[in-house]
Design a binder for this molecule. Structure first.
Ligand SMILES: *[C@@H]1O[C@H](CO)[C@@H](O)[C@H](O)[C@H]1NC(C)=O
Ligand SMILES: *[C@@H]1O[C@H](CO)[C@@H](O)[C@H](O)[C@H]1NC(C)=O
Ligand SMILES: *[C@@H]1O[C@H](CO)[C@@H](O)[C@H](O)[C@H]1NC(C)=O
Ligand SMILES: [Zn+2]
Length: 327
């Protein structure tokens, strides 16, 4: 009993010491995710991120197309910095890229992007799909234009939107990432920063398919864990070579290499995850879910078996297909 009290006391001291050193939070021990809620109450909220997305439980929807503004511009004032928790990529001058459409009401302006990774290639992503982890995850953070800046936006339930992208391994290097990994070598020390040598476009570092994504309401995955984020998790991963992911693990915090910086999954609670399927796919399905008369008419007209299947059957097939993708 006495020992336990002393231990708790000692841990509190260490925690205070780390906090006074300006080390707000970390991913291990007394400043790790299970302790974030001690100092940041919202980290114990009911709508936290990340989550596991169970593909069999998502609700299929067809949302308006997302409009990506300025994503194929060649941006030449990009800064890369190490904030002691991750690497941040920021755009210096206006105008910043922006997004609208999809589940978003209004325009969202780019603020920064950063990454989450793990000790080795078997885990590191924050959200999971059917409990599958990916070696790394990209977060592109946007704030709602109406709120003018990040500081104001985090005070509103629809203040932020994060576009999240998973990475998976490829034997080949992704050429667009060479620039980034090169810059990483110059920001291994915490609080260091470098200007990128060459212009770069957002589109080049993203996957090809930007139409299929999961979307749900959640939070920042770091303190203060504000529940103000409309998450869009794109289904198609970005493919990187092992060495390119390895470059991120060279970054250091005040305590040595940042070997991992992902928060564990949080309870989904009463939330629904929506799955946006592209409109071609959906309209094909919709044709079949029309009234019975129409369907039987169609059945008589074409003899193709896939057309005569009830739409629910087709949905099951497509879900199996999706699940298969993630095995
Ligand atoms: C990855 O890291 C985990 C935790 O440190 C470990 O259990 C696992 O064996 C590692 N896997 C590989 C392939 O190195
Ligand atoms: C990083 O530093 C190396 C030299 O150490 C240099 O060749 C490279 O261009 C730098 N990259 C950036 C993005 O500043
Ligand atoms: C549909 O298939 C049946 C037998 O499988 C055949 O008798 C019929 O002529 C076919 N109808 C059409 C429109 O191809
Ligand atoms: Zn993040």
């Amino acid at each position: 009993m006495y020992f336990k009290t002393t231990l708790v006391f000692a841990l509190t001291l260490i925690q205070d010491l780390l906090l006074t050193l300006g080390e707000d939070f970390g991913y291990d021990g007394v400043i790790g995710p299970t302790h974030w809620g001690d100092r940041y109450r919202e980290c114990r909220g009911k709508h936290q991120s990340p989550i596991n997305i169970n593909v069999l439980r998502v609700k299929q929807v067809t949302l308006p197309d997302i409009v990506f503004v300025g994503f194929d511009d060649s941006i030449d004032d990009i800064h890369v910095s190490n904030n002691g928790h991750t690497v941040l990529i920021e755009v210096e001058n206006e105008p910043h890229p922006r997004v609208r459409g999809g589940p978003l009401d209004g325009d969202y302006i780019f603020s920064q992007m950063h990454f989450h990774w793990g000790d080795n290639d078997t885990f590191g992503s924050e959200d999971k799909i059917n409990h599958r982890s990916f070696p790394m995850e990209l977060h592109m953070v946007f704030f709602k234009e109406e709120y003018r800046n990040m500081k104001e936006a985090v005070l509103h339930h629809d203040g932020l939107s994060v576009l999240a992208f998973f990475y998976e391994l490829d034997r080949h290097q992704h050429p667009a990432y060479d620039e980034i990994t090169e810059a990483l070598m110059n920001v291994t020390e915490p609080k260091s920063s470098v200007a990128m040598q060459h212009p770069f476009s957002f589109l080049h570092i993203l996957p090809y398919d930007l139409r299929r994504y999961f979307t749900y309401r959640g939070s920042l995955t770091t303190p203060p864990c504000s529940e103000v984020v409309i998450w869009l998790d794109f289904e198609q991963p970005i493919r990187l070579a092992h060495e390119q992911i390895e470059a991120f693990r060279e970054l250091k915090s005040a305590h040595g290499k940042i070997t991992h910086n992902f928060r564990p999954i949080q309870p989904i609670g009463d939330r629904t995850v929506f799955y946006n399927v592209d409109s071609n796919y959906y309209s094909y399905n919709e044709l079949d879910s029309d009234e019975d008369t129409k369907r039987s008419h169609k059945r008589g007209k074409h003899n193709a078996s896939h057309i005569s299947l009830p739409s629910s059957f087709i949905s099951i097939f497509s879900i199996i297909f999706i699940v298969h993708d993630y095995l």
